[in-house]
Design a protein around this ligand. Structure first.
Ligand code: BDR
Ligand code: CA
Length: 307
């Protein structure tokens, strides 16, 4: 089994990614760390505890950054509501594990064999960047960094930038330079995982317990995407988890990536070079296509296994 440390900001789609992770037999999740993002840190931390609590599993949840490395914090209340779960209430979860995310990530890497840990980032990159920047030698423990971040084209937060990349571009730049194998899940990929009313109905029909029901309630509460023509909303973060457990659902290509850290309108924009025009050797894997029906079938089948 692969060890997957998850850094998140739940977050409607983060919630579903966490349930998918905790329902997947291929992986073990030794640690969940939390950042502010989709809502303020107090809410994202409470949500992460509640999401884990609903599964009945005991996974340490540790609080991390409440703001980016530079600049001020802003939450994405349009999609996720002020509470981060679009108004869906979950029972209070177990207490957070004391400590700080970056320390917990480093401790988890220190105990691990070389090349054995997957770092899954589905929030701004702050916590993961703080961990690796303060002890760069630990990069050798990392099998892969998988990030839901960035876009080849248009953004969803600013015209040019995707939310997670825009929240902390400097942290993303640190991760891109960490020297670890890197896989990127961008907006073009997640636009293929569209939640539609038909797909929610099919998920509910799987039966399942309180986790699948809460997943469907959350999906129903998120507004359809204007950017994608109101056809549904993209299930961003679970795609990154799906890559880890079912890579055969994807096609990919190697690319070079840079993130804009300037203060102009392009701040947080990712420049993803699919055709080798930059002259920089490819250092990341860009996921390009997703078998969406296979993805939603897997999601339903797995979440139905949870309580
Ligand atoms: C990303 O931003 C957040 O709103 C989502 O949880 C996802 O991680 C999509 O741009
Ligand atoms: Ca997220």
């Amino acid at each position: 089994t692969r060890h997957v440390v998850i850094d998140c900001d739940p977050g409607t789609d983060d919630a579903i990614a966490l349930w998918l992770a905790l329902a997947s037999p291929e992986i073990e999740v030794p640690l969940i760390t939390v950042a502010g993002g989709n809502a303020g840190l107090a809410s994202t931390l409470a949500n992460a505890r509640a999401i884990v609590g609903l599964t009945g599993q005991a996974v340490p949840v540790v609080a991390g950054a409440d703001r980016p490395l530079l600049g001020a914090f802003r939450a994405d209340v349009k999609v996720h509501g002020t509470d981060g779960l679009a108004g869906v209430r979950l029972p209070e979860g177990p207490a957070a594990t004391p400590g700080l995310a970056a320390d917990a990530i480093r401790a988890s890497l220190r105990q691990a064999a070389p090349g054995s840990v997957t770092l899954l980032g589905i929030a701004a990159a702050t916590n993961l960047a703080l961990a690796l920047a303060s002890e760069p030698a630990l990069a050798d423990r990392v099998a892969e960094i998988v990030l839901m971040t960035g876009a080849v084209g248009e953004g969803n937060w600013t015209a040019g930038a995707e939310f997670n990349a825009a929240m902390d571009p400097e942290a993303l730049a640190i991760l891109l330079a960490a020297g670890c194998p890197m896989t990127l899940v961008t907006l073009e990929l997640t636009a293929q995982a569209l939640v539609t009313p038909e797909r929610i109905t099919a998920l509910r029909a799987q039966g399942g317990g309180r986790c699948l029901a809460a997943c469907c309630d959350i999906m129903e509460a998120v507004p359809p995407s204007r950017r994608l023509g109101h056809r549904g909303h993209p299930l961003h973060d679970p795609c990154a988890l799906a890559w880890i457990v079912r890579p055969e659902l994807f096609s990919a290509r190697d690319v070079a990536v840079q993130v804009e850290c300037g203060t102009g309108p392009g701040r947080g924009r990712t420049h993803i070079d699919r055709w080798g025009r930059s002259g920089t050797a490819p250092h990341a894997r860009l996921l390009e296509t997703l078998d969406a029906d296979g993805f939603f079938a897997m999601l339903g089948e797995r979440l139905a296994r949870l309580p």
